[in-house]
Design a binder for this molecule. Structure first.
Ligand code: HEC
Length: 128
């Protein structure tokens, strides 16, 4: 009886081991880092450390300007330029974010945190 149980257990284990359970999927246990797909993802992963979760910025060892209620978010090209090229204490993100990701985070910021600039932003607005 006992050996039968063990054999069944071993069979189940080998099935589990053989199944490619999300081997290359992002997330816990995956072998690739998670990829930011939406503007909210990009913001959370790349921006909120400095600009804060509420986008109100912070003043401390360094000053991080608020992106919330920020009339400069009305100028898409300005936000895209700062994100791609960096400015002062902000690092450039051109090498880290795709054109889609850059457009997504700008569109997200323009329509959240008290900003309401509904005009869409797409990858074609972002210089290659
Ligand atoms: C390491 C900290 C840091 C990170 C990370 C960061 N920023 Fe910034 N950001 C700054 C600082 C500092 C400034 C002010 C630069 C200046 O004016 O000298 C700034 C300025 C900006 C501005 C211009 C605001 C204005 O009123 O002129 C925008 C837009 C912006 N950041 C968006 C983003 C986005 C989007 C991300 C994520 C992709 C991001 N930032 C990530 C530090 C950061």
């Amino acid at each position: 009886m006992k050996t039968l149980h063990l054999a069944a257990y071993a069979a189940v284990l080998s099935m589990l081991a053989a199944a490619p359970v999300g081997a290359d999927e992002p997330g816990p246990g995956g072998s690739r880092p998670p990829v930011a797909k939406t503007g909210a993802d990009v913001y959370r992963m790349y921006c909120q450390a400095c600009h804060m979760a509420d986008a109100k910025g912070a003043v401390g060892a360094a000053a991080f300007p608020p992106l919330a209620d920020n009339p400069r978010m009305g100028t898409t090209a300005y936000a895209i330029y700062v994100i791609q090229e960096g400015k002062g204490g902000m690092p450039p993100f051109k090498a880290m974010l795709s054109r889609d990701q850059t457009a997504a985070v700008v569109a997200y910021l323009r329509t959240h945190f008290g900003n309401s600039y509904a005009e869409p932003v797409t990858a074609t607005d972002v210089p290659p």
